[in-house]
Design a protein around this ligand. Sequence first.
Ligand SMILES: Cc1cc2nc3c(=O)[nH]c(=O)nc-3n(C[C@H](O)[C@H](O)[C@H](O)COP(=O)(O)OP(=O)(O)OC[C@H]3O[C@@H](n4cnc5c(N)ncnc54)[C@H](O)[C@@H]3O)c2cc1C
Length: 358
Amino acid sequence: MRMGILGAGLIGRLTALQLSAEHQVTLFDADDERATQSAAYLAAAMLAPIAESVETSHTLMQMGQRSQQLWPQLLEQLDEPVFFQQAGSLILAFEQDSGNLQDFARHLKGVEGDDFMRIDAMRLAELEPELAAQSKPFKHLLYLPNEGQLDNRQLLKALEITLKARGVVWLAQTPAEVRGQQIRANNQLHDFDRIIDCRGLGAKTQIPSPSRLRGVRGEVLRLYAPEVTLNRPVRLMHPRYPIYIAPKQNHHFVVGATQIESEDSREPTVRSALELLSACFSVHKGFAEAEILQIASGLRPALSDNEPKIWVNDKVIQINGLFRHGYLLAPVMVEQCVALVNGHANDIPHYPDLIESL
Ligand SMILES: Cc1cc2nc3c(=O)[nH]c(=O)nc-3n(C[C@H](O)[C@H](O)[C@H](O)COP(=O)(O)OP(=O)(O)OC[C@H]3O[C@@H](n4cnc5c(N)ncnc54)[C@H](O)[C@@H]3O)c2cc1C
């Protein structure tokens, strides 16, 4: 079949990858191939179904856990390696903020002992020796052994290379929209057997009512810190600025992220930069000499319940509302979409309210 995909961000590229095995795929994207304007480019790409479960539904946590299993199979299909890790994550709090950590632990939806465990300073020294050696030691800790992360920019690049090698037609810098059961781009209407709309916030005006898509602002830092070695993502529970530090390869770190109910897409503010920097310095003094590679802001595409949705209207499938869980959920969202296209939705897990037929 001829497949037309709008949006070559996270969901568009992965959907193209899965569909290109059997179908002829054309990708339309408003941006160039680096997708620097997408949420996908900015993200920390942590895969944290349990940590995120504090604010998500049980269903979303289960989708995240299935995605964890599916990621390695997706990455195996790529022509370039992508950093992917499943070494767990740590949640820390300073003495005065221990109440925040206890509250967080109370709201985790996983199973204590399997999905999360309280650990002491001795276990911290095994997992993260540099954190255990900090002058202000952490006494209140949670370890979430199954959480993961990947390098999002490596992933986007590897997908670009693989998709082009597979003959996917990639129309970069080509804004497109859905018109009825066709795609409108370059002042022309294009016909396809199926159309998949993965434009994230770019699809805001075409979301089926009564749903409403909004942008949720996030600011992140990228640091190069040769004096810091962390083996897994770390979250700091803090009453004013909870942050995470996600260590990528070669002492590169993503520190984030603010979450502000605003569609303001201006550059990051001094306040946010100070909060992120001071929080990461409070976790590890080695960040003092880190190079700031990037401070950037972006918008997460979110629906009113902050959970994702797939709408099916005859030939057109729309996937949106990935909010702060795009990497966490992408494999499952793509699996559902491909099953709809290929007609084997009964062979994979069903998630209530995920798919809506119009
Ligand atoms: C600061 C920040 C941190 C994050 N951290 C994480 C994290 O740790 N873990 C996690 O799971 N998720 C995280 N996310 C969320 C994740 O990045 C998003 O959920 C995900 O990128 C959404 O994927 P998408 O494909 O729907 O949209 P996007 O990735 O934004 O892609 C949309 C694409 O559509 C294109 N487009 C837009 N309009 C048009 C048009 N008219 N025509 C053609 N193309 C168009 C854009 O150019 C873009 O390439 C984070 C997001 C942010 C902003």
